[in-house]
Structure formats: C-alpha cells, structure tokens
Design a protein around this ligand. Structure first.
Ligand code: GAR
Length: 196
C-alpha cells in the first residue's frame, strides 16, 4: 500500500509513521513520498534523512488553500507515486473538491481534538480554553467539509487541573504519534476498510 504524506510543519507525525514503518509495524504500507506547501518545513528534512522522496510544491499566494493554477501540479506529483492512501499530517490547507475527487476515498486527516468537538484551527487551544477535562485526537476520512468526514479512530487525552497549554499540546501529540501509525497499519491490513 503506497502512502503519501502531506504536511506543513514539524513533521513529528510523519516521523512517527516512518519509524513505525522502519520497525515493520505498518504491514505492507510503504511511505513513498512526502510533500509540503512550506519550503522551510522540518518535514522535508525528516523525509530526506530517511531517504523518502520529498518536495516543496508551491500552493500559490493564498493562505489557506492550494490555488487553482497550482493544483494540477500537486495532483500530478502525488499521482506519479501511485498512492493508495494520502495522509494529511499537519497539512494546513483546505483541499478543493477537485483534489478530493481525484483521490476519492483515499485521503485521511489527523486532527488534534476529539471531533466533532473543536474543528478548525488551534484545536488544542480551543479545548484548553473551554476547560474540558478530556480532549484527544482523531483520524478521519476527508470530505469536502473541513474536519467533518467519517471518523476512523480516536485517542483520548486527560487534561488535569494544573496542566498548562504546552503540556496538553505534548500529550495530544504523543497520542497522535501512536494513533496515526495504528490507523495506517489497520488500513493496510484491511481491518479498517476503505470506503466504497
Ligand atoms: C498535529 O498536531 C496535527 O494534528 C495538527 O498539526 C500538527 C502537526 O504536527 N493538524 C491540524 O491542526 C490540522 N487541522 P507535526 O507537523 O509535528 O506532525
């Protein structure tokens, strides 16, 4: 199962997936490429250090989407790697319906809250500021609405009364680093089915 990862930042989740793969924990899932919309993203270095094809692809000038005139390049570069699964791991752009239709039922997203609570940006802060006692992370199928597709798996994280925001962030990320490789493994094994 060919896996392409899209990310915009630090790439700690990509690294967790790479490590799981190197430890033979992902069944037949292979990470075949990592792309980013951010030329300075740490995720590029992580990919290079682990001999994974990687590239910065220009998203254009708009902030939260891939511009139409750049989108074909993204679709082409990703398609060239014959992906069975595309993993959004900290990818901070909203995908168009054209993009999603191209890879229909093959895109999953990692989100740092227990969806449907706290959709959108700064989900960890949103949960923290609401004083919830349990938050967590979610992996879900991507549809045309942001953070809305069918939930595949979730992991809970407790927020203790004296937890500060950086600690909550660390806890959620630690949970993500376990959850995401598991989901990829289950998809590779077929224990989690792809939508028809
Ligand atoms: C992760 O916490 C992920 O859940 C979040 O970005 C972080 C990326 O970290 N994604 C979103 O907020 C998407 N809405 P990483 O680059 O270290 O993997």
């Amino acid at each position: 199962m060919n896996v392409v990862i899209l990310g915009s930042g630090k790439g700690t989740n990509a690294l967790a997936v790479i490590k799981a793969s190197q430890q033979d924990q992902l069944a037949n899932a292979n990470i075949v490429g990592i792309f980013t919309d951010n030329p300075d993203a740490e995720i590029l270095k992580i990919a290079s250090q682990n001999d994974i094809v990687n590239d910065f692809l220009s998203p254009g000038f708009k902030k939260s989407i891939i511009e139409k005139n750049e989108e074909n390049n993204w679709i082409q570069k990703i398609s060239d790697l014959n992906p069975d699964l595309i993993v959004l791991a900290g990818f901070m752009r909203i995908l168009s319906s054209n993009f999603i239709n191209h890879f229909q039922n093959r895109i999953i997203n990692l989100h740092p809250s227990l969806l449907p609570s706290f959709q959108g940006l700064n989900a960890i802060e949103q949960a923290f500021n609401k004083n919830v006692k349990i938050t967590g992370c979610t992996v879900h199928w991507v549809n045309e609405r942001v953070d809305d597709g069918e939930i595949i798996a979730q992991a809970p994280v407790r927020i203790m009364n004296d937890d500060e925001l950086p600690l909550v962030r660390q806890k959620v990320q630690a949970a993500e680093h376990i959850l995401l490789p598991w989901v990829i493994r289950d998809l590779a094994l077929g224990t989690t089915p792809f939508p028809q």
